[in-house]
Design a protein around this ligand. Structure first.
Ligand code: 86X
Ligand code: MG
Length: 510
């Protein structure tokens, strides 16, 4: 196996592609562009996330459902208003065998139009509320933009939750509960910090009432990235699909139900690779690592006596069992014909959080040697302490990975009140938090004003020069800084005369 041939700093997009391929997470589906095969290394991570999230939404009373993957033009017509923008992404089935279909059907890009006619049928009385269904499936969106594994694919796996409530308050409460679970997937499983907030009118789901989001940050190119979204749909869809209940307080009156929809996709895996990975390959947070510790026998060479080899192998197997008993997902690499150095590279490429080495010298000293994948730090652990020290060390690694990413995000999230500092900040691979009027046109203007002038920069080998695109709003952080006095603080856009409404996070983005 040759390792990664480009460094993360010299060519981030190529580095990313190599890592996901050589770490055996992805195979390109070369039959049709924009589609990817997810291999066991990726599916393991997705399944850990799925189990963690599924358990928690079940505790909330969400039930599982499975709707057909095709939708008719008729039900699409119901949400025509916002579908138009998406029409180019819709994939259609128009033939079956050698016959044209009378009525072409679309492959679901999301399932509102599939599900809500049945919500209208099932929800009659307020006693039918709240209705809370989630499905794990894949959706198809024929992206026009350049696709890339996990981050932008024409088919991706996700979960889509769709709920109905009697009041705006009940819906709003759930929107935030789900958003907290999304933050938990990032912070607790993937060791990634996210900023929680509300999308602006420009960036929200047009068919909804408001969108809440968790936003990530990619240090390598300074871009923001949307992590997952939890929307309150208001009564928009219940009016389109006539989902009503009789008013419990007023006979004869009907209430359109208040709905939410929320989704998290396999994009989260790509975000984790991009942020934690290094020039040796993947770096996996222990919580989602299929193999948390790989135990590699060392110091055994051909001339080692057969009897000593056998004894050493037994000792190694014994150590594996002891470590496994602690609940650590440990494996041994006893492959013949490969040197320890070769094995070290292989497991580093695959991102295994902890390498354990055990040789005759270690045996003599009654220790096991370790090397952390995240920092490279090496050390030894007395054999008598491995049952406590190894789980502890994995916990330390998980926290250290989060803290490192969190520090980087914090250092590159600049609160600015001087417009002239904005483009230099973006070119310095930062995202910014600025006072903003939240006007849609103003936001468009801000995007145009922040197209990087640094295109004059010599086209160095460093593709890392900040992308030239302008900045988009990422979210209105729930956690608002001080210093914005309503009615007094101006919107930071020099060409806007409006007053600032909120601090808004902007950045170049995916
Ligand atoms: O983001 C989520 C979470 C899970 C459930 N759905 C919402 C909204 C989805 C928006 N959206 C996103 N993409 C779309 C693409 C399309 F081709 C069409 Cl027709 C519609 C849409 C569309 O409505
Ligand atoms: Mg899209």
């Amino acid at each position: 196996i040759i390792g990664i041939t480009v460094t993360k700093a010299e060519n981030f997009p190529l580095w990313y592609q190599e890592v996901v391929l050589k770490a055996e997470m992805i195979e390109y589906y070369t039959e049709i562009s924009g589609f990817y095969i997810l291999r066991p290394a990726a599916m393991y991570i997705w399944n850990v996330i799925r189990k963690w999230f599924q358990e928690r939404i079940e505790d909330m009373g969400v039930e599982e459902t499975n709707f057909p993957m095709f939708l008719s033009n008729k039900s699409l017509e119901r949400e025509k208003a916002h579908v138009d923008g998406f029409a180019p992404e819709l994939a259609w089935v128009t033939k079956c065998g050698d016959r044209d279909l009378e009525v072409p059907v679309a492959v679901r890009p999301t399932s509102e139009a599939v599900m809500y006619p049945y919500y209208a049928k099932w929800i009659r009385s307020h006693r039918d509320l709240p209705l809370r269904l989630n499905q794990w499936n894949s959706v198809v969106r024929w992206e026009a933009k350049q696709t890339t594994p996990f981050l932008r694919a024409r088919e991706f796996m996700w979960q889509e939750g769709h709920t109905a409530h009697l009041t705006e308050e009940l819906a709003g409460k759930e929107v935030l509960e789900i958003l907290e679970l999304y933050a938990g997937v990032y912070e607790q499983l993937l060791a990634l910090p996210v900023v929680r907030g509300t999308k602006t009118e420009n960036e929200k789901f047009a068919g909804g009432y408001y969108t809440t989001t968790v936003e990530g940050y990619i240090p390598s190119n300074g871009r923001g990235i949307q992590g997952a979204t939890s929307h309150c749909l208001g009564q928009n869809f219940s009016k389109m699909f006539e989902i009503t209940v009789e008013d419990p307080n007023k006979q004869g009156d009907h209430i359109h139900v208040w709905q939410n929809s929320w989704g998290l996709s396999t994009r989260v895996i790509g975000v984790m690779v991009m942020i934690h990975g290094d020039d040796k390959g993947l770096v996996l947070p222990p919580r989602i690592a299929k193999i948390q510790a790989i135990l590699i026998p060392v110091g055994i060479v051909n001339k080692t006596a057969a009897e000593d080899k056998a004894k050493h192998a037994e000792k190694v197997e014994e150590l594996r069992k002891t470590i496994k008993k602690t609940g650590v997902r440990v494996d041994t690499d006893t492959r013949d014909g490969y040197t320890p150095a070769w094995k070290f590279n292989d497991w580093e490429l695959k991102g295994v959080p902890l390498r354990l080495e055990f040789g005759p010298k270690d045996a003599a000293k009654e220790v096991i040697s370790y090397a952390r994948r995240d920092t490279g730090e090496k050390g030894t652990i007395p054999l008598a302490e491995i049952s406590t020290k190894i789980p502890q060390l994995l916990g330390t690694i998980q926290k250290a990975m989060y803290d490192k990413a969190d520090k980087s995000f914090q250092e590159h999230r600049l609160k600015l009140t001087n417009w002239d500092e904005v483009v230099p900040a973006l070119d310095g691979k930062n995202v910014v938090i600025i006072p903003h009027c939240l006007g849609m046109d103003c936001e468009d203007k801000v995007k145009d004003l922040t197209v990087s002038k640094n295109l004059e920069q010599p086209e160095g080998p460093d593709n890392q020069r900040a992308p030239s695109m302008g900045m988009k709003s990422l979210c209105i952080p729930f956690d608002q800084p001080d210093g914005l006095v309503k009615g007094e603080t101006k919107c930071l856009n020099p060409e806007c005369s409006a007053m600032a409404e909120k601090w808004c996070m902007f950045g170049r983005s995916y």
